[in-house]
Design a protein around this ligand. Structure first.
Ligand SMILES: [Zn+2]
Length: 237
């Protein structure tokens, strides 16, 4: 018997009464679970077999398939269903994580951060885009693409002024080194903001002012490193 925390990113109808759940698991990466009988309204697996369900599952492994024997719902992020703006952003988070997650490869920090941001999206009516931007930047960083917003990547000097941010180089060029790199001109204020977003927890984001330009830089940065930018749910945001 295996116990695993999972987040359902997709539920697919299977045979008359069953579902196959595509989930992100905390310690096994992206896996599929057979949820037997979960289409029956009185099934004890109804709640844990829906998209956005975050639960603790007991599993057996049989014939190349994980089968749920019992499960306890931790959260279904119900608030997402009451606010279409939160719902679309939550759907984008699921599409993103389901793209970057791999089978049998995991990073529990990414799993924990994903359920955390869904909780904030479900319970907030403002700061939604800021939450998504912070998730995108932290995700890039956890995937191994952590930008340096403090030093010039060419001469190493600490940046204290307007500079140029290069997505492909993953950092800033100071005014002396700007001739060596292509990128986007950013003000010192924007640089401080980007660095704060990277280092601040979701619950403390509300005090940080983030402009659209900075959010666009973050998204371009993430998409450049994960190699994809055509997420379906992004069109809804
Ligand atoms: Zn420099």
């Amino acid at each position: 018997m295996i116990t695993e925390d999972v987040l359902v990113v997709r539920d697919v109808s299977y045979k008359e009464n069953d579902k196959i759940l595509h989930v992100i698991s905390r310690t096994r990466g992206k896996i599929q679970l057979m949820s037997k009988g979960s289409k029956k309204p009185n099934s004890h697996l109804v709640n844990v077999s829906q998209i956005f369900a975050y639960s603790k599952c007991s599993l057996t492994f049989s014939r190349d398939m994980y089968i749920i024997t019992s499960a306890e719902l931790i959260d279904n992020f119900y608030g997402l269903k009451n606010n279409i703006d939160s719902y679309y952003r939550g759907s984008y988070i699921l599409e993103l994580i389901s793209y970057v997650a791999q089978e049998n490869e995991y990073d529990y920090r990414i799993f924990d951060m994903t359920v955390a941001v869904l909780g904030y999206l479900a319970n907030s009516v403002e700061n939604l885009d800021k939450l998504v931007a912070a998730y995108e930047l932290k995700l890039a960083s956890m995937l191994g693409y952590k930008p340096d917003f403090v030093h010039c990547i060419s001469c190493g000097k600490e940046i204290k002024e307007d500079a140029r941010f290069s997505i492909s180089e993953g950092g800033l060029f100071c005014s002396d080194c700007v001739k060596y790199g292509n990128g986007i001109n950013v003000t010192y204020g924007e640089i401080l903001t980007l660095d704060k977003i990277l280092k601040t927890k979701f619950e403390n984001l509300s005090s940080i002012e983030v402009n659209i330009k900075s959010m666009n830089i973050i998204r371009k940065f993430l998409f450049y490193y994960i190699g994809r930018d055509n997420f379906t749910t992004l069109k809804l945001i």
